[in-house]
Design a protein around this ligand. Structure first.
Ligand code: OGA
Ligand code: ZN
Length: 372
């Protein structure tokens, strides 16, 4: 049976549930989250915390079936909470999140058949298939859609089914092919060593979509590596290198006729909880390092070590995209690259776009609401 008790000295309501869990809910938290303070339609908070005394207290707490009723000493307000709602929102635990997915780290021995794969027609027509595929894509940071229509709009339509496209200085979509007067090495036939795109942006794009419309030239194979696997290994095996790469901001820059976009980032970025958040790694866009002279040597050693790891079979997988396939990867986790190709031997054309992580996660959450 659920029990409730007021612990006035600590200014908390103590709740214990039949499953053995219990939690303390601070008074101000309870008042701030009283359901009556939320707009019934938008579910946004309208309650104003400055409109109550800071020492507001509960005078009475009653458990009535699945509801807890609290009476406050300020204007006699009564708050009603469902016990299961309180359980789901226990302080220090946080609301369950279907988009919080533990990354599955992979290395160079990750077999091609283990890369999540789905048919475009299934993803375009079935929400449950899309949800499962997005979850798998987020877990590995890399997936392949096959059976894409031979249509330059097909990849864009798939990306839009997931979320808003992220526009950048290269456009809302971009054509990866050998072009005259390229403003980006991707638009040549040169090899691209493993990198993350647009590390020079304040917020580099999240998920990248590259729809292969043609890959008929000699060369042009794709490479990928899991930046989180490399960073995790460095964290445990070479903490000095990890510290330098995760604490030293270095400049990145892209500039052409129209723009000059610059940002400092650490190569390995941690979130507020100390977990791996993203990598910024792009030798083409790395600016001129501006560290003090006495830290430059140590930093270069660390940076070069990570760069060497991105050239090692221990971490890198190779594959060759075929016309009709589209690769999706988390550009802030998985590094991508390609071998040089010979444009004289055939046509190679990938069409790309990005959907940011926030949009991608939102889609997972919304699709998870429906019971498939
Ligand atoms: C890019 C890129 C990979 C490829 O456009 O940023 O890395 O296979 N392209 O051409
Ligand atoms: Zn790229």
């Amino acid at each position: 049976m659920t029990t409730v008790s007021l612990r006035g000295g600590d200014r908390v309501l103590h709740v214990a549930w039949p499953d053995g869990t219990s939690a303390d809910f601070p008074y101000l938290w309870l008042r701030d989250n009283c359901p009556s303070g939320f707009h019934p339609q938008t579910q946004e908070r309208q309650f104003d915390l400055t409109g109550i005394p800071a020492d507001i207290a509960i005078t009475d707490a009653v458990l009535d079936n699945d509801e807890i009723r609290l009476t406050w000493d300020h204007i006699g307000h009564v708050s009603r909470y469902r016990t299961d709602w309180l359980h789901a929102n226990r302080p220090g635990i946080g609301l369950a999140d279907p988009a919080r997915i533990e990354p599955l780290l992979w290395r160079g021995d990750f077999p091609a058949r283990a890369i999540p794969r789905a048919a475009a027609s299934d993803l375009m027509t079935c929400d449950a298939a899309l949800r499962d595929f997005l979850v798998e894509t987020k877990k590995t940071g890399l997936s392949i859609v096959d059976g894409m229509a031979d249509d330059t709009e097909a990849g864009i339509a798939m990306a839009r089914r997931i979320g808003f496209l992220r526009e950048t200085n290269f456009g809302t979509t971009f054509e990866v092919m050998s072009k005259p007067n390229p403003n980006n090495l991707a638009y040549t036939s040169h090899a691209l060593p493993l990198h993350t795109d647009l590390a020079n942006q304040e917020l580099p794009p999240g998920f990248q979509f590259l729809h292969c419309l043609a890959n008929e030239a000699e060369g042009g194979g794709s490479t990928f590596c899991d930046g989180f696997a490399i960073a995790t290994e460095l964290r445990s095996d070479d903490p000095d290198t990890f510290r330098l790469l995760s604490q030293t901001p270095v400049p990145f820059r892209f500039h052409d006729e129209d723009c000059d976009i610059r940002c400092h980032h650490t190569v390995i970025d941690l979130d507020l909880f100390g977990n791996l958040k993203e990598l910024h790694f792009n030798a083409h866009l790395a600016g001129i390092f501006d560290l003090p002279a006495d830290t430059m040597e140590a930093y270069y050693q660390a940076y070069r070590k990570l760069m060497q790891m991105t050239r090692s079979d221990d971490y890198v997988i190779t594959t060759r995209l075929k016309g009709g396939e589209m690769v999706i990867f988390d550009n802030r986790r998985v590094l991508h690259g390609r071998a040089a190709f010979d444009p004289g031997t055939g046509f190679r054309h990938l069409r790309g776009c990005y959907v940011d992580r926030g949009e991608f996660d939102s889609r997972i959450r919304v699709l998870s609401r429906k019971k498939a």
